[in-house]
Design a binder for this molecule. Structure first.
Ligand SMILES: [Fe+2]
Length: 259
């Protein structure tokens, strides 16, 4: 599996505090069957220790200490703040892109209500030559209330990444979980990632558990999101056709929404 969202680098954002925990983190990811782990620290003003020109070297340093088994390679990337991205240079965006390939950018969905200009900010990145992979839109209250806005974004080429905390939520009725499952049912989710933060109980890199959450709904589709689709995103290639989910286009229905 390829995990395109993790906070595995030590001591720079809200991931592990030290190298020892980062190594345990990588080991745990490998035990889940993850072979490629993108280190995607927050590039955001409240994480001033994250510098995009240091990410490759930090990954190299970590990889040099990762034992050969299980086999996991940590690659550079970032979870970029959409406002930061507007003022970033092309070179900074390239250094923040997944694998530093200069093609796909993991953009964080803000936590609060979205401004009307949100879509325009994403499209400005597309105009500059980057494909946007939107992290955890299912957690955002604007998208939860108005999933059509998300469907339109996907229709215009924005890729959707749902994340582990939403799909393994114990709250079966949670809005994040419902939207994540609806996106998979409609074939609008392109990637599933861990958004892992620690080797402990707080958001571990348990990507296999995320795939298993779709055992009843769409197991082949879930596998596709963490293998073929993830590989294409990393390489900046068009996504291969997904397996059918069997869900059809039933619409995203959320509690309290009349259609
Ligand atoms: Fe994250």
């Amino acid at each position: 599996m390829i995990d395109l969202h993790s906070h595995v680098l030590p001591g720079i954002d809200d991931g592990p505090e030290d190298l020892e925990e980062s190594l345990a983190f990588v080991r745990m990811a490998g035990q889940q069957g993850t072979t490629l782990l993108a280190a995607t620290p927050h590039v955001r003003s409240d994480h001033p220790r994250v510098h995009v020109d240091e990410l490759a070297e930090r990954c190299t340093e970590l990889n040099e200490l990762v034992p050969p088994e299980p086999d996991v390679l940590v690659i550079p990337g970032a979870e970029v703040d959409v406002f930061w991205a507007q003022g970033a240079t092309d070179d900074e965006l390239r250094l923040a892109s997944l694998g530093q390939h200069g093609s796909d950018l993991l953009v964080e969905t803000p936590y609060g209500l979205l401004p009307d200009s949100f879509e325009d900010m994403l499209f400005r990145l597309s105009v500059r030559g980057f494909r946007v992979l939107l992290a955890h839109p299912e957690r955002n209250p604007t998208f939860q209330r108005d999933p059509e806005r998300l469907r339109e974004l996907a229709g215009r080429g924005v890729l959707i990444q749902i994340t582990l905390p939403s799909v393994v939520s114990r709250e079966r009725g949670s809005r994040s979980r419902k939207l994540a499952f609806a996106l998979v049912r409609e074939g609008l989710a392109h990637n599933l990632a861990s958004d892992s933060h620690s080797a402990g109980d707080f958001r571990p890199p348990a990507l296999r558990a995320g795939v298993q959450a779709f055992d009843e709904l769409a197991p082949a589709y879930a596998e596709w999101m963490v293998t073929d689709a993830a590989a294409a995103i990393l390489e900046g290639e068009p996504l291969p056709n997904p397996p059918r989910t069997g869900g059809g286009r039933r619409g995203i229905r959320l509690p309290g929404r009349r259609r």
